[in-house]
Design a protein around this ligand. Structure first.
Ligand code: NJP
Length: 226
């Protein structure tokens, strides 16, 4: 039976490429993000028997709840979730940063992750499922004054605690921690950094590990110096 994977932030970058790769590997995919037209394009490419697009803002609990309900209605279950939506590389530092920008970013990177977990874990428990999330090298190292980095430290901390919680029912929890990836996250292309395909490789590796084996974290850095 095909496994069902829900992905947040599936309209672009890492989420989009991972969705395509997972569908090729036989997963049914539920694609969520705010930009519905981009999700619809991907569903057209993958086939509506394999993919569903549902627009949702992860920082809006109700909108995400509706997306999860629609996805489970269509495919009947959830085997895995990739909580990948994220925003904002705040380079201004703490002293010059804009508190409103921080609030919006934390709403996505922190609250959006918690909402995704809260809404999907009851389904994952039914299938002894797998929860994956996109952390960051910025959540493993210190970056001077970066509030973005701090939001990703939250992801890694939450992941540790969630893994313990999920162990009670043999669920698996994985954090993917990439360095710089060439995606629309940046205004300028970064062709010498990681490719989203590299991150998708890591996600698929964790998803396809034997059920007795939990890939807790994949820390992925660009190999080239510059
Ligand atoms: O970036 P991008 P990436 N509600 O901008 C979605 C982390 N990361 O693929 O809503 C719902 O191409 C947005 O969808 P839309 C990073 O922190 C990256 O690089 O349509 N979705 C889009 O699909 C993030 O967690 C690098 O605008 C929301 C996606 O998020 C993850 O990787 C390094 C949303 C962003 O796609 C994917 O980022 C690293 C909302 N409110 C970690 N806000 C890197 N690129 O170097 C945004 O260590 N999205």
């Amino acid at each position: 039976e095909d496994r069902v994977l829900l992905i947040t932030g599936a309209s672009s970058g890492i989420g989009r490429v991972t969705a395509r790769r997972a569908a090729e590997a036989g997963f049914k995919v539920i694609l969520t993000a705010r930009r519905k037209e981009l999700l619809d394009e991907l569903v057209e490419e993958l086939g509506s028997d394999k993919a569903l697009s549902v627009s949702a803002d992860v920082s809006d609990y109700k909108s995400l709840e509706q997306a999860v309900v629609k996805g489970v209605d269509k495919f009947g279950k959830l085997d895995a979730v990739f909580a990948n939506a994220g925003t904002g590389l705040n380079k201004a530092g703490t002293e010059q940063g804009d508190p409103e920008e921080w609030k919006a970013m934390i709403d996505v990177n922190v609250n959006g992750l918690l909402y995704t977990a809260r809404l999907t874990l009851p389904h994952l428990r039914q299938t002894t499922g797998h929860f994956l999330m996109t952390g960051s090298a910025a959540g493993r190292n210190t970056i001077k004054g970066s509030v973005y980095g701090a939001s990703k430290w939250f992801v890694h901390g939450f992941s540790q605690n969630l893994a313990e919680e999920m162990k009670e029912w043999n669920g698996r929890c994985t954090t993917i921690a990439p360095g710089m990836v060439n995606t629309p996250f940046f205004d300028e292309p970064k062709p010498d950094k990681l490719d989203p395909e590299d991150v998708a490789d890591a996600v698929l590796y964790a998803l396809n590990a034997h059920p007795r084996s939990c890939v807790r974290e994949v820390y992925l850095m660009p190999a080239y110096k510059n």
